[in-house]
Design a protein around this ligand. Structure first.
Ligand SMILES: *[C@@H]1O[C@H](CO)[C@@H](O)[C@H](O)[C@H]1NC(C)=O
Ligand SMILES: *[C@@H]1O[C@H](CO)[C@@H](O)[C@H](O)[C@H]1NC(C)=O
Length: 253
């Protein structure tokens, strides 16, 4: 009688471990190849690839509710002022809250690039819209926070000066991408390869100083492609390089 019982026990442990093991190695090489686990998602987004040529693969190394790890290897040439892609990890948020109703957006990240002779940023990307059901390919507002800036690339718009917020000093750019207003905080001391902050402070700054209407803008999210709260890199050009994000976590409370 002992043997069957023990075998069932072993089988149960094996099946319980199998999904976690799968979550630790996903290879995403196709356009918009996507994976989600533990409230996080990954997208091998290559939206601007037609402005040049190259390739990109994103590898999910760890994905659980405690945080994620991934790496992306790419090479892009041509169109040196055109963004080729945005491989990213995103936090899936089920509530579409008004920014004014969000108390905090705690996050921390550690990252590195292997070959830094590239034109690329490493950045957070958040979108808000007055319509909570807004299409997730854009918003009324976009907030970018650039921790990395390689090869003298620039964000949309023009500089409105230096500001200190969220534990670092940034040059703030503002401008428009079509009808969407874009605010980009670019670290004055890049690369900031280790960063912990509450991103709500950036929205608070924009509300107080740049007329951002927090009480009518929602952090937009439409599962499974959340778009609301992302971290990744926008490559312009460069020969083979790997972005490694060894731990990223984020939430909106
Ligand atoms: C958003 O979509 C949901 C689900 O379809 C719907 O119930 C809600 O009324 C919509 N909200 C707005 C402001 O359109
Ligand atoms: C990732 O970061 C989060 C937030 O700081 C932390 O709670 C978690 O333990 C970290 N995970 C690893 C594997 O380092």
């Amino acid at each position: 009688m002992m043997t069957p019982v023990r075998m069932r026990g072993i089988a149960a442990v094996f099946f319980a471990l199998a999904p976690a093991a799968l979550a630790q190695s996903q290879t995403l090489c196709g356009q918009y190849a996507y994976y989600a686990n533990g409230g996080y998602e990954f997208n091998n987004n290559m939206w601007g690839m037609s402005s040049g040529s190259g390739s990109q693969c994103t590898y999910v190394d760890r994905a659980s509710s405690g945080g994620v790890a991934f790496h992306t290897t790419w090479q892009w040439s041509g169109g040196e002022n055109n963004v080729k892609s945005y491989p990213y990890a995103g936090r899936q948020l089920s509530n579409k809250k008004l920014v004014s109703q969000i108390n905090s957006i705690p996050t921390s990240v550690s990252w590195s690039y292997s070959n830094t002779n590239i034109r690329a940023n490493v950045a957070y990307d958040l979108f808000t819209a007055s319509d909570p059901n807004h299409s997730t390919s854009s918003g009324d507002y976009e907030l970018m926070i650039w921790l990395g800036r390689f090869g003298n690339v620039y964000p949309i718009g023009s500089s409105v000066g230096r500001v200190t917020v969220g534990g670092n000093t940034w040059e703030l750019f503002s401008g428009y991408n079509g009808a969407m207003k874009v605010f980009s905080f670019v670290a004055t001391n890049p690369p900031v390869t280790s960063f912990s902050s509450d991103l709500k402070q950036f929205f608070n700054y924009l509300s107080s100083n740049q007329g951002f209407p927090a009480s009518s803008q929602h952090l937009i999210s439409k599962l499974p492609h959340s778009l609301a709260l992302q971290f990744g890199s926008e490559p312009f050009t460069g020969s083979s390089t790997t972005l490694t994000v060894s731990n990223w976590s984020a939430n909106a409370n």
